[in-house]
Design a protein around this ligand. Structure first.
Ligand SMILES: O=C[C@H](O)COP(=O)(O)O
Length: 272
């Protein structure tokens, strides 16, 4: 990929667009929900159409206390994710949750590197910490949604690609097998703000990240790895976003707490 930081520079596609990447829709509930609200939402999801034989994966990112409940109640054509994990085994780590515990509660996925964990003052997770968590979780057989993305100030300073590259480089230094990794590009300025990236803005960064993966990891990984868009995705904008060739699905926050999240899952049909 060009070393330019200017995301507005257009590039010729360097990766074939014929890839067979199963569409992926993750819901990130963040720190929301009660037992009652979760049971109600799961009941509504379970009434939706089966996706067992559909070319889409749907995964719910659930707060730790509710993972077992959701794993038990959710239809088995959907999957469960945690939103964080401890970097290593269990032991004297007060307040942490190990990957073994997450697996024991029925989750197959872990969301790592979400911008809220990177940027909230009380958390401030570093690239290295996040990459170490990813490597550890993958080594334990879990699947990882690895989030990347720039702050508004970084976009305005033409640092979008530099930030995404730095975050990808940290992953590269910790991980060698990408078969259980999904990348989620989430521009921080679009998260929870209603300011969704345009389909063109999303495609431009996704294409650039895929090109970076081709040049810095391998053409095979670039071809197969799924790159999700996240940031104010809704039933009203998912169809247009999903038509873009390098948008392989979504990581959805607020809209995943409502039953019409099913409409976002359904946007896989735009890929056919
Ligand atoms: O992980 C999801 C992102 O933070 C997006 O959240 P949002 O859909 O509420 O903007």
């Amino acid at each position: 990929m060009s070393k330019t930081n200017n995301v507005s520079v257009s590039r010729a596609p360097t990766v074939t667009m014929m890839a067979d990447r199963t569409f992926f829709v993750g819901g990130n509930w963040k720190c929301n929900g009660t037992k009652d609200s979760i049971v109600e939402l799961i009941d509504q999801i379970n009434e939706g159409p089966s996706i067992k034989d559909a070319p889409v994966e749907a995964v719910l990112g659930v707060p730790f206390p509710y993972m077992s409940l959701v794993s038990e109640k959710l239809r088995d054509d959907w999957q469960v994710s945690a939103q964080n994990c401890w970097t290593g085994d269990g032991g004297a780590y007060t307040g942490e949750v190990s990957v073994d515990m997450i697996a024991d509660c029925g989750a197959e996925w872990i969301i790592l590197g979400h911008s809220e964990r990177r940027h909230l003052d009380v958390l401030k997770e570093t690239d290295e910490t996040i990459a170490a968590k990813a490597a550890y979780a993958l080594g334990k057989g879990m699947k990882v949604m690895y989030c990347i993305g720039e702050l508004l100030s970084e976009r305005e300073a033409d640092q979008t690609l530099a930030v995404c590259e730095r975050q990808m480089q940290a992953l590269k230094e910790a991980v060698s097998d990408y078969s259980n990794v999904v990348i989620a590009y989430e521009p921080v300025w679009a998260i929870g703000t209603g300011k969704v990236a345009t389909p063109e803005q999303a495609q431009e960064v996704h294409e650039a990240v895929r090109s970076w993966v081709k040049e810095n990891i391998s053409p095979e990984v670039a071809e197969s790895i799924r790159i999700l868009y996240g940031g104010s995705v809704s039933p009203g904008n998912c169809d247009e976003l999903s038509t873009k060739p390098d948008v392989d699905g979504f990581l959805v926050g607020g809209a995943s707490l409502k039953p019409d999240f099913l409409k976002i899952v359904d946007s896989y049909k735009n890929k056919n």
